[in-house]
Design a protein around this ligand. Structure first.
Ligand SMILES: Nc1ncnc2c1ncn2[C@@H]1O[C@H](COP(=O)(O)OP(=O)(O)OP(=O)(O)O)[C@@H](O)[C@H]1O
Ligand SMILES: [Mg+2]
Length: 234
């Protein structure tokens, strides 16, 4: 798509988003296909780059930040300089998701590869086939749940132990079933160990996942046992 044609999006997005898209174009994507998901805080779009699909997560500029949004970033030493201006906060949030994706990948967790970001837009690997996004684990549970359990448990542990991080919003709603392989998504709220909320979030992730695997009939308390050890040692 030419830059001229790109202008058709001018009225579709707000000014900041349009300018950010323009900045990422054509290095990170050269064609915008359409929305994959529209949510409260962010919309996810399918786009193309050189015949490959990519996903754009566009944080909403106008949406008022939901309660508690700020606490994740406020106490994160990596974002000390963020002024408490909602726009700056959205940009910080975008950058944080980019960094968290990179960090999780370094821990050996399967997440979408983070390609780049600008202002309120994150460009990442598209998880899907033929332009159709892979289903949420909630909607398509694994055929071999015990294999997923072992893998998911090991990812939570590795993030904590090797990378000192917690996903913070882990559940079957934020795991994609990509050809029977789990992929963690939506990691913008992840925090580091030193964050005052880290243990609380870790507990919640562990509870969510334990509960879900119990529901799938592969109950296993090993992650809870591990968590008890973590809590004892802090
Ligand atoms: N990299 C990706 N590849 C394919 N689909 C994706 C990708 N990232 C997100 N999605 C789809 O978009 C949806 C929303 O993404 P995500 O969970 O990151 O945003 P969110 O902040 O939870 O948005 P919401 O406000 O809707 O809760 C996901 O449930 C998933 O279906
Ligand atoms: Mg989500």
């Amino acid at each position: 798509m030419t830059r001229e044609k790109f202008k058709v999006y001018e009225g579709v997005f707000d000014r900041i988003t349009f300018k950010a898209l323009y900045k990422l174009y054509p290095k990170y994507f050269d064609r915008l296909k359409g929305p994959i998901s529209t949510g409260k805080e962010a919309d996810v779009y399918l786009a193309e780059k050189d015949e490959h699909y990519v996903a754009l997560k566009i944080y909403r500029i106008l949406a008022r930040m939901y309660k508690g949004f700020d606490v994740y970033i406020k106490d994160d030493p990596r974002f000390k300089s963020v002024r408490k201006n909602p726009r700056q906060l959205i940009f910080a949030w975008t950058k944080k998701e980019y960094k968290n994706l990179t960090r999780a990948a370094e821990a050996g967790v399967r997440v979408p590869e983070a390609f780049g970001f600008h202002k309120n837009i994150l460009v990442m690997e598209f998880i899907g086939r033929g332009g159709a996004a892979s289903p949420l684990a909630k909607h398509q549970p694994p055929e071999k749940p015990s294999q997923w359990r072992d893998l998911v448990y090991s990812w939570i542990k590795r993030m904590w132990e090797d990378k000192k991080m917690v996903h913070g919003d882990l559940s079957e709603w934020n795991i994609l079933n990509h050809d029977e392989e789990p992929v963690f998504i939506d990691i913008s709220q992840a925090v580091l160990k030193q964050h005052p909320l880290s243990l609380k979030l870790l507990k919640r992730d562990v509870n969510n996942m334990t509960r879900w695997f119990q529901k799938l009939g592969v109950a296993d308390d090993s992650l809870k046992k591990w968590l008890e050890g973590v809590i004892k040692n802090v």
